[in-house]
Write a protein that binds this ligand. Structure first.
Ligand code: G16
Length: 546
């Protein structure tokens, strides 16, 4: 073991030295910063993934991506055995390991091995992949070096979407029970479920089997071309921002469309045409269209949550099974969506802090837990109890043929869903399936409820950690006086609501505001942004009214 740790230090000093003293934190979705500042962090995450694998006696995943961030950024996150996000306690360990000086690396690892009683004789296996950023390939080499120096086995999947990597990890650890751990296995599982459901409905309504897709110039573009090969007969995808010209996430992609509330560059805007945007690593999707008069309509994560929850609720009722469905949102959820879900659909809603890990965890409290962030990241989880009941109902001859058929349909829907994490490809196929089953055009989907006008903005401050929050990030506890000042402002606006929180993926503070009119939402967002700027140490230009 001493020899291994010596090699760890030697390689760290020679090839992956920690060049800056700047503290880096495992945030909302792992470490994220400029790609050039990451080699030592990623090398160390390779080492950590091996240790995690030894403890869990399972394959651990590592994804190199900065998802929605600009092209020069990059990041890394670890994936636990069932394809879920890394356990919170290990986020702290990852942060500690990423920040120790090179000279203390071996000593830190040695104490970790002792503290966690890690059996160094246990074999280890790590599966990793990367997105299409220019820095990703070199960072993957740093990761591989970290795994190899710890004598771990590895599989390099090359370019994958983030959710595909999560899927691979779960497949590897469930002995085939979740699917084949190959790209073909992924496409076959999702698309065969999609085609089966598609064939069950003869569409009579306004559904259109055509979609304009903005792939954010990211890895999703090349993967959607693979998906197309399987589903061309049911869904025609016109692909834009496929990476052949523009920059990743630059004035395109799900985050741009959601925050800007406008169509991305690089896609022809035609009235009434159903469009969607992926983000840079295809773990988020939002839908949109423009009207004849040119007005823009966004169908975001809240809309997908309501669409999917309503559909599943109806399907569960048709099976006659006693399964509790619940929905998980964050503070960003539009107030109208929460009202629609609780009052119309009568589905219970829970609110948790931003970050897939929080939503995923809470969704496990239900038999069928639907979770979506407004930004388009979400999926559905089915508990073991739910899976057993559905699978049992399919073959239960004492049930009516209608109930068995409904159970079979639900089972197929489960196969369509990537339960490990939000997945733009799987969510797209799910949304298309529901719209097709309902015979809905995108305009029909929009009619379910009317969003409260809202605005999101960003404020740059010297140190974003001065903002501390509570109540699922809906209130601040620091800096002093900020929450009281926000409350006073909000009280002036009809149907006003606003909150601020430090981003876990970018070096900024996020501001959210909603109110009765767009002008009021914009004004509230602006005034709250000014408060943040003044009370939380704003730097650069003062916020401006949009
Ligand atoms: C990541 C997380 C999401 C989160 C988003 C923004 O998304 O996976 O859960 O909503 O960052 O987080 P924050 O507001 O803390 O910056 P992605 O798509 O970038 O991986």
């Amino acid at each position: 073991m001493d020899a291994v740790l010596k090699s760890v230090t030697r390689l760290a000093l020679e090839k992956f030295p920690r060049k800056s003293e700047k503290f880096i934190q495992y945030g909302t979705a792992g470490f994220r910063t400029r790609g050039v500042d990451l080699p030592h962090v990623i090398y160390r995450m390779g080492i950590l993934a091996v240790l995690r694998s030894k403890i869990k006696k399972a394959t651990i995943g590592v994804m190199i991506t900065a998802s929605h961030n600009p092209e020069d950024d990059n990041g890394v996150k670890l994936v636990d055995p069932m394809g879920e996000m890394l356990e919170a306690l290990w986020e702290d360990i990852a942060t500690r390991l990423a920040n120790v000086p090179d000279a203390q690396l071996a000593e830190t690892l040695s104490s970790l091995i002792e503290e966690k009683k890690i059996d160094m004789g246990q074999s280890a296996s790590v599966s990793f992949a990367r997105d299409t950023r220019p820095s990703s390939e070199l960072l993957a080499q740093a990761l591989q070096a970290g795994i190899e120096v710890m004598q771990g086995m590895f599989q390099d999947y090359g370019l994958l979407t983030t959710p595909q990597l999560h899927y691979m990890v779960r497949c590897k650890n469930s002995a085939g029970g979740y699917g084949k751990p190959t790209e073909e296995g992924y496409y076959e599982k999702l698309t065969s479920a999609f085609l089966k459901l598609h064939a069950q409905v003869t569409c009579t309504g306004r559904y259109s089997g055509s979609l304009y897709l903005d792939a954010a110039n990211g890895v999703g573009a090349m993967k959607i071309r693979e998906v197309e090969k399987y589903i061309a007969e049911a869904l025609t995808i016109s692909l834009y921002n496929d990476g052949s010209q523009g920059k990743l996430n630059d004035r395109c992609g799900a985050d741009f469309v959601k925050t800007g509330q406008c169509a991305p560059n690089g896609i022809p805007v035609k009235a009434g045409v159903k469009c969607a945007s992926f983000d840079g690593d295809a773990d988020r999707i939002v839908y949109f269209y423009v009207d004849d008069d040119g007005s823009f309509h966004l169908l975001d994560g809240d809309r997908m949550a309501t669409l999917v929850a309503g559909f599943l609720q109806g399907l569960i009722q048709s099976t006659g099974l006693d399964l509790k469905i619940g929905l998980v949102q964050t503070a960003y959820a539009n107030g109208s969506s929460t009202n629609y879900i609780t009052q119309q659909l009568k589905v219970p809603v829970a609110c948790v802090p931003t970050g897939v890990k929080h939503l995923h965890h809470k969704a496990q409290d239900f038999d069928v837990g639907v979770y979506f962030e407004a930004n388009g990241h979400g999926t559905v989880l089915f508990s073991d109890r739910a899976m057993e009941k559905v699978e049992g109902a399919v073959v239960d001859s004492s049930l009516s043929s209608e109930r068995r058929a409904a159970a079979d349909k639900l089972k197929t829907v489960i196969d369509l869903i990537n339960q490990t994490v939000g997945d733009a490809i799987s969510d797209m196929l799910l949304v298309e399936t529901v719209l097709h089953c309902q015979g809905w055009g995108i305009q029909d989907w929009k009619k379910c409820y009317t969003d409260l006008p809202n605005r999101q903005s960003k404020v740059t401050v010297k140190d974003r950690t001065v903002i501390q929050t509570t109540d699922a990030e809906r209130k601040t506890t620091s800096p002093p006086g900020l929450q009281e000042a926000i409350d006073k402002l909000v009280a002036v606006f009809n149907q006003g609501r606003s909150f601020v929180r430090p981003s876990g993926t970018e070096d900024i503070v996020r501001v959210y505001a909603e109110a009765d009119t767009q002008a009021n939402a914009d004004k509230l967002a602006y005034e709250v942004s000014l408060l943040v700027y003044r009370l939380a140490g704003g730097i650069g230009e003062e916020p401006k009214l949009i």
